[in-house]
Ligand binder design. Structure first.
Ligand code: 5AD
Ligand code: SF4
Length: 488
């Protein structure tokens, strides 16, 4: 019987007569796909459109900018509508509800495709690195044209071209290309940035930490640091292009550089990035408390460009649960670190992630978390209900906490977090601060929205010509989570 899927599932060298080396190989496929799509567009008598829907974290958002860069360079025009000719879901699987959202929306996409049979539907991202997800899509969502994972997004032009080749045949097939892991980092492919004035910059891919609840190391692979020359070249190019704020990205930026031929610390990298003219603000995400060095705190305290904001996931305030989570720090170590950072960088905003209901969490453990929340006074916290991820060590732990108990703790935590943020977020009221103007205010005509160095949102009178500029504003009134201000 004829197969209904084409599984490529290998290194790019194994597939075709194109150049072997990347990125040259992809340039070959971009040219090929461009010709195929141009013929397709001529036959339809209109331009082809594409839509990327991104789920999950900043890493996925940055990947989507790269994916869009490739799609635009082969001839698609971006649209927000899922009635586009090419629809791609860049998925997340960190919690189960992210998966359920994707399945829910896929059904809708299938209905669109019935009306528009030449439409192409593609899925990529973390969820696709799970074999049982791919099996489910193969059996229940036959209309999907392309599935690829997190390690080979640079191959999108090649994969689209393969899909277009298979369309020449009568039978519908799903092209599947998922790599288990990779040591490859492909540079110099097109990127389409969402904002002209700010950009993410990947510094390290993957994660080696294996926190016991977390699926990320299984779907994003082992840590791979980009070479500093490549990072600095990209940041210089961004600065020349008008970018003033960059966000250095990694699952754990603090382990940057350990595996480079010439090892380098993240703090050393920051010092180099800081020297680049035109870049006015530097952010980074995410920091693991166990790896946050004194050297980094010193660089933050001396820097004029590094923003006064640190996202430092706590996960739990109980040393016993932290051990079960394999976080490799204790409650006391976290508290000491938070104090040290606050003392070194006055006015810094600390934000965090917290999981409620990890297996075996008792009321006493939960109260330890509440205690840390009260003592550190986070500016904001993302709070999550523990989600069981198949294949992680925590999924097979005994003493999973009953749903109603978790929900009750979650509500208490959320209340506490919100009342603390409301109390402390307004601490800069009646001072002049610098904002980066980001967009027009959605609700109030004649108002603009920007962000302070510490990431707090500010609204003030202005016009769109200010977008992308750094300007001083006087913070007139605190509204809890944001300020009303006026330009000075
Ligand atoms: N359940 C709930 N939250 C999780 N996170 C990661 N894995 C899980 C899980 N299985 C949270 C962590 C992490 C954030 C990105 O997602 O708090 O920091
Ligand atoms: Fe997941 Fe832990 Fe790695 Fe963060 S550090 S991505 S929580 S395993």
């Amino acid at each position: 019987m004829e197969p209904t899927t084409i599984t490529i599932n290998g290194t790019p060298e194994s597939t075709a007569a194109a150049p072997i080396q990347e990125p040259q190989r992809q340039q070959y496929y971009m040219e090929k796909a461009r010709k195929q799509l141009s013929a397709f567009s001529t036959a339809l008598g209109r331009p082809l459109t594409c839509c990327i829907n991104t789920f999950g974290c900043q890493m996925n958002a940055r990947d989507s900018e790269k994916l869009l860069g490739i799609l635009e360079s082969i001839g698609y025009q971006a649209t927000d509508s899922e009635h586009a000719d090419f629809v791609l879901y860049n998925t997340c699987t960190v919690r189960e509800n992210a998966n359920q959202r994707v399945y829910g929306r896929l059904g809708q996409l299938g209905a669109y495709k019935k009306k528009n049979p030449h439409m192409m539907i593609a899925l990529c991202g973390c969820m696709m690195q799970e074999p049982e997800v791919v099996e489910r899509i193969k059996t229940s969502y036959h209309f999907v044209d392309l599935i690829f994972g997190t390690h080979n997004i640079f191959k999108l032009a090649e994969l689209v071209s393969t899909c277009l080749d298979t369309r020449q045949e009568k039978k519908h097939r799903t092209v599947i290309d998922i790599w288990k892991d990779t040591d490859k980092i492909v540079e110099d492919l097109p990127v389409e940035r969402k904002y002209p004035f700010k950009s993410g910059v990947n510094v390290i891919f993957g994660c080696n930490n294996f926190c016991s609840y977390c699926i990320v190391p299984y779907v994003r692979g082992r840590e791979r640091s980009r070479r500093p020359e490549e990072i600095l070249k990209e940041v210089k190019r961004l600065a020349a292009d008008g970018v003033v704020e960059i966000m250095l990205l990694g699952q754990n930026v603090n382990s940057y550089g350990k595996n480079l031929e010439e090892p380098m610390t993240f703090a050393q990298l920051l010092r180099e990035v800081e020297k680049i003219d035109g870049i006015e603000r530097i952010r980074f995400m995410t920091s693991h408390p166990k790896d946050l060095s004194d050297e980094l705190i010193e660089v933050m305290s001396q820097s004029k460009k590094i923003c006064r904001h640190l996202h430092l996931p706590l996960q739990s305030g109980s040393s016993r649960i932290l051990k079960e989570m394999n976080r490799r720090y204790t409650k006391e170590q976290y508290l000491t670190l938070a104090e040290k950072i606050k003392a070194a960088v006055p006015g810094i905003s600390l934000t965090t992630d917290i999981i409620v209901g990890f297996p075996g969490e008792t009321e006493e453990d939960f109260l330890e978390t509440m205690d840390v929340v009260r003592r550190v006074e986070f500016d904001s916290a993302f709070t999550f209900i523990y989600s069981k991820r198949t294949g992680t060590p925590a999924a097979s732990m005994e003493n999973q906490v009953p749903e109603d108990v978790v929900k009750e703790r979650f509500d208490r935590l959320l209340n506490e977090v919100q009342s603390i943020s409301a109390k402390i977020c307004g601490r800069d009221v009646h001072t002049v601060q610098q904002v980066l103007v980001e967009e027009e205010n959605d609700h109030t005509p004649g108002y603009m929205t920007g962000r302070l160095s510490n990431n707090t949102v500010v609204h003030f009178p202005g016009d769109p010509s200010m977008i992308g500029k750094l300007m001083d504003v006087y913070l007139e009134e605190s509204k809890g989570f944001y300020y009303m201000a006026r330009p000075v």
